[in-house]
Design a protein. Structure first.
Length: 189
């Protein structure tokens, strides 16, 4: 199925999603990669506020390239999400609703997604220009010294994504290959 979602996200809006569904996401999405996640963890450890509210937020694991004239952002393809796995359960517990990236997630992240009614959405790897086409504006909101890994506030419109982990324990990385193997077995009969 295909769903159109608007940030901030609610557990009620995410509940119908199943692994494999298509999402067209609009609204505010924050960027954060490894270095930004480490800084967010340090702020939380110190009892200080984060540079953006987590409640209902979506974080895109991306380090965009510099924008070309007339564009809001340069290429904006996803980075491997597993690098953020050690930080993710904590952020989900504080209200993070969606993560956008590529690649499998740890069992701890999968459990936290279910526990918090969140989702992990997949962006198309290798298609940074396609993903950038959904970005209407971009501004740095924290840690400009991190360069491409600074936290940015993106306003996106109909960003095309696929549900990789749903709030019910669905995992496209497990279900997809299993369905493919099943189809091969049926075809061989």
């Amino acid at each position: 199925m295909e769903y159109s979602l608007q940030t901030p996200l609610t557990t009620a809006a995410l509940a119908p999603l199943k692994a494999g569904d298509t999402v067209l996401l609009s609204g505010v999405v924050y960027t954060a990669r490894d270095a930004a996640h480490a800084r967010m963890a340090a702020l939380l450890d110190e009892g200080k506020p984060l540079p953006f509210a987590l409640a209902g937020a979506a974080i895109y694991y991306v380090g965009p390239t510099p924008e070309r004239p007339g564009c809001a952002i340069g290429a904006a393809g996803p980075t491997t999400a597993g690098r953020m796995d050690s930080f993710t359960p904590r952020l989900l517990g504080l209200g993070l609703a969606a993560m956008i990236g590529k690649g499998k997630r740890s069992d701890a992240v999968k459990a936290a997604v279910v526990q918090n009614g969140a989702v992990y959405l997949g962006a198309i790897g290798g298609a940074g220009a396609l993903m950038a086409g959904s970005v209407k504006s971009c501004e740095i909101v924290a840690w400009p010294d991190l360069g491409c890994e600074a936290v940015r506030k993106l306003v996106v419109e109909n960003m095309p994504l696929t549900v990789l982990l749903d709030a019910h324990g669905g995992d496209l990385y497990a279900a997809g290959p299993a369905a493919y193997l099943q189809s091969l077995q049926k075809a061989a009969k």
